[in-house]
Design a protein around this ligand. Structure first.
Ligand SMILES: Cc1ncc(COP(=O)(O)O)c(C=O)c1O
Length: 468
């Protein structure tokens, strides 16, 4: 783009575009960074500079950028049938074929699919489906939802309320408010900050006891579902203790509570499998919410997958043919479904899950070397879903505090040196395209280490922190 065009875009954006999670004072000063091209694992700024995309767009560009096959699949479908609705009894080949393909890839008896346009809407759909399932059985009080502290489930009214990242609720009304809230949050699994000296298995017991106590308090007769990300993502990439999900599922089963797995981030290869629930965590959920990697972000698409057990109830003749009154204009959008089918074909034909199984542990091992740096408190995650937590004192695990904006400082240095990393509070989060290779990982590691070291120098020079 020439200089005048760049300036016009920058001005249009600054004057008219309200950004998701906008930070107003900084934005008022600096406006936006413009990206106008991408290829493979790199995005290019409007100044032509290449950045290694350490965050895969936003946990989503799994197959990487610039795939001509994707562009062709999207264009071909737009010419063939750009849109038709899937309400009641209408369909299109991409919608039907993608539903069948997802049923094949999903674990256990998860054989039914409802299409949405985002992760938030997939979670909304999951919860509405759970409530509907119990309502149709006459269990009308089973409406409440158990989510978890620091979970991220999206930004619609319902998904934002499911979200347990408290600062996200600031200034908004949520479904947590009132005397008899719809949503309750159980403790998050946080291995790094678990009670001092507590072994992993005891910590798991502790979390299960917390979950059971909450179910007891709210009353199993009042609860429709429990929702959990296999690994908490935006809330700091928190891996639960071994056995956590299988035990939580067993508790749900004992209490007639549906288990929803929010696999918006973890599905389509990020942990080395199409779905992580069963393959990694040994759980067949009742409902799986997905989005992002389903189309590698080339077009918006989400899906809520659910079990035969749920389908049998909601479609039962006993219900008297009552309709399932839930749907979006763009549910099963033919172009989005065609893109997802091509995306899945690429993941399969290029063995991308196997590639992640190979490079994932390499990224983990390389990041773990950062533990020699005095401000790196924790390195965690799995495969291509990783985070670093920064602390001012390792022994005390003390936070730098919001004012220091440690994550932002490190992300800024990384960006100046050609790496996009995501800062959230005291964390740096990494979720690169799944096609990155060892050489890309080496570049990512050296750039990020340099950024952390440069930040330590800044903090020392500004008298904020000293090496003790
Ligand atoms: C685990 C999880 N669930 C749901 C969402 C919401 O997805 P979307 O932004 O597509 O609505 C996200 C987004 O990052 C997510 O990480």
């Amino acid at each position: 783009m020439d200089k005048a065009t760049v300036e016009q875009v920058w001005r249009n954006d600054k004057d008219h575009l309200l950004h998701p999670f906008a930070e107003f004072p900084r934005f008022a000063e600096a406006g936006s960074r413009i990206f106008d091209r991408a290829e493979g694992v790199h995005v290019f700024g409007s100044d032509g500079k290449a950045y290694l995309d350490g965050i895969g767009g936003l946990w989503c560009v799994n197959i990487g950028y610039g795939r001509p096959e994707m562009a062709k699949a999207i264009a071909d479908q737009a010419l063939q049938l750009p849109y038709y609705n899937t309400f009641t009894d209408m369909t299109s080949p991409p919608a039907a074929n993608l539903a069948a393909k997802l049923a094949e890839l999903a674990p256990g008896d998860v054989n039914h699919v409802f299409f949405t346009c985002s992760g938030s809407a997939s979670n909304d759909t999951a919860v509405r489906l759970a409530q509907y399932y119990f309502n149709r059985q006459g269990k009308t009080s089973k409406t409440r939802i158990i989510a978890r502290e620091n979970a991220y489930h999206g930004s619609t009214y319902l998904a934002a309320s499911l979200t347990g990242i408290r600062p996200n609720h600031d200034g908004f009304h949520t479904l947590l408010d009132g005397d008899d809230p719809l949503i309750h949050h159980a403790a998050e699994p946080n291995m790094y900050r678990r009670p001092d000296g507590m072994p992993e298995d005891q910590y798991c017991d502790f979390l299960m006891a917390d979950l059971e106590a909450l179910i007891e308090k709210v009353g199993a007769d009042n609860i429709a579902c429990f929702i959990a990300e296999p690994i908490i993502g935006a809330g700091g990439v928190k891996v639960a203790p071994t056995g956590y999900h299988a035990r939580a599922k067993a508790i749900c089963e004992r209490n007639d509570i549906l288990y929803i797995s929010d696999e918006v981030v973890t599905s389509f290869g990020r942990l080395g499998h199409f779905f992580a629930s069963k393959a990694v965590f040994d759980v067949v959920p009742d409902i799986i919410a997905t989005a992002k990697g389903i189309s590698s972000g080339y077009v918006p698409l989400g899906a809520t997958l659910f079990s035969d057990k749920i389908f049998e109830v909601i479609s039962s003749p006993d219900i008297g043919g009552k309709p399932f009154s839930h749907g979006f204009t763009y549910s099963g959008h033919p172009v989005a479904c065609a893109a997802a089918l091509k995306n899945i074909e690429i993941i399969e034909s290029e063995s991308i899950c196997e590639h992640v199984q190979e490079v994932g542990p390499y990224l983990e091992a390389q990041l773990e070397t950062f533990l020699d740096l005095p401000i790196v408190g924790d390195v965690r995650g799995s495969h291509l879903m990783m985070a670093l937590e920064f602390v001012s004192d390792k022994a005390e695990k003390s936070s730098f505090g919001l004012d220091v904006a440690i994550g932002k400082r490190i992300a800024t240095h990384a960006y100046q040196n050609g790496l996009i990393a995501r800062n959230v509070g005291d964390y740096i989060i990494l979720s690169p395209p799944l096609i990155l290779d060892r050489e890309n990982i080496d570049t990512l590691i050296s750039t990020l280490r340099g950024a952390i070291e440069a930040t330590m120098t800044d903090l020392t020079n500004e008298n904020i922190w000293q090496l003790s």
